[in-house]
Design a protein around this ligand. Structure first.
Ligand SMILES: *Cc1c(COP(=O)(O)O)cnc(C)c1O
Length: 377
């Protein structure tokens, strides 16, 4: 090997399109350097149009803020319990605690790696038996793979418990012909730097209910009553998206479809080149589901194989990452009740996210696959 530093390959890095800078420039030229302005409105309209299904979008400072507001608008408060997919990023669960409520974790199913409908129902019945009906369900389309939206909606209706649909990783994913983000009572998106499109940081709250969108914006802009002076009847937040960043978002929406195709192509490349390699497995799409393949994940035969691959990639300046550590195993949530079946622990033990940016080229993918093949030879 040469001693020159090898080209760094990131897990998922920002990928700008053509017009982002123009829209940001517009914000400067018109002096809309504020958490409101034309870019915010146009970005929201392009999101609503893309998702369809009569969804309204409110752009916010982060996906975490969107989950927080969704839960607040559903009336989650002090002492409540909220069911939450255990196999996820901590931002799905943290906002539950901001409201003084307790996350109750539910494990995943093998078909989608997302919340198990069977276990969810077991958890609901048990919580009711223990005296408390959960206030909401946070379900996640992890790595872009849609969760079983029909089954989860049926359970939600049956027990009258609303759903917050965490689509932070699933913009562009489709379940039975409908885009992810519009299934829950509220949906949320993230535009963090590593997501499928980015505004450097940002998020959106999605809802079919126009009034709920207005309420979210009211809360996100310090909950100011209608008065000439500053008057407040309720506690607000500073959660609105900046018009400068919304300019980046507008440009990113123009290339979103290409980004989904590129990420799906990465997945196909990995699958074609690694499927025959010593027991590496991929998660296929269940019938009727299309994943944006935000990150390509592999399952190895053992924790040792997983670590060997991760460290070999690191040695060559390539970033990869174990699958999410389930929330019920996190020190911060170890006292929380949880309903587990071993699925997420197995995934965490043997799973690895491979570099998946839409800006990777075939040389990058070949380099990665060769290292993996070499390790498992
Ligand atoms: C990124 C992410 C979030 C949070 O989004 P931010 O914009 O980073 O606050 C929430 N849930 C999941 C599953 C995520 O991956």
């Amino acid at each position: 090997m040469e001693t020159t530093t090898l080209k760094k390959i990131w897990l998922s890095s920002p990928h700008m399109g053509h017009n982002e800078e123009n829209y940001v420039k517009e914000a400067f030229e018109t002096n809309w350097i504020a958490p409101l302005g034309p870019n915010v409105q146009l970005f929201e309209e392009s999101i609503s149009e893309f998702i369809g299904n009569e969804v309204n979008a409110a752009c916010l400072s982060s996906g975490t803020a969107a989950i927080h507001l969704a839960l607040e608008l559903l009336g989650v408060g002090n002492g409540d319990e909220v069911l939450c997919q255990s196999f996820t990023f901590s931002a799905s669960a943290n906002p539950i605690t901001y409201l003084g409520a307790t996350p109750i974790f539910v494990d995943s199913e093998e078909d989608t790696w997302n919340i198990s409908p069977e276990l969810l129902e077991v958890a609901i019945l048990d919580r009711i038996k223990l005296g408390k009906t959960p206030k909401a369900i946070v379900a996640v389309h992890l790595y872009g793979m849609p969760y079983k939206a029909q089954e989860i909606q049926d359970i939600s209706k049956k027990y009258n418990i609303p759903v917050v649909e965490d689509s932070a990783e699933a913009l562009g994913s489709i379940y039975k012909g409908i885009k992810c983000g519009s299934f829950g009572d509220f949906g949320i998106l993230s535009f963090n730097g590593n997501k499928i499109i980015t505004t450097s940081g940002g998020g959106a709250l999605l809802s079919k209910d126009k009034e709920a969108k207005e309420k979210a914006i009211f809360l996100a802009t310090q909950a100011r009553d209608n008065a000439p002076h500053y008057q407040h009847s309720t506690v607000g937040y500073n959660y609105r998206m900046s018009n400068v960043l919304a300019g980046i978002g507008r440009g990113q929406m123009e290339v979103l479809e290409d980004r989904v195709l590129a990420r799906r192509k990465n997945f196909e490349y990995y699958k074609n080149h690694l499927s025959d390699v010593s027991g590496i497995q991929f998660l296929d799409e269940p019938k009727g589901c299309l994943s944006n393949r935000w990150l390509t994940c592999i399952l190895t035969q053992s924790f040792e194989d997983r670590e060997r691959i991760r460290l070999a990639l690191l040695e060559e300046n390539i970033e990869s990452r174990p699958l999410w550590k389930p929330m019920h195993l996190q020190p911060v949530f170890q006292e929380n009740p949880s309903y587990v079946n071993g699925v997420s622990e197995h995934l965490f033990d043997k799973g690895l996210c491979l570099p998946s940016g839409s800006n990777l080229d075939e040389d990058d993918l070949e380099r990665i696959c060769n290292i993996i093949k070499n390790e498992l030879k």
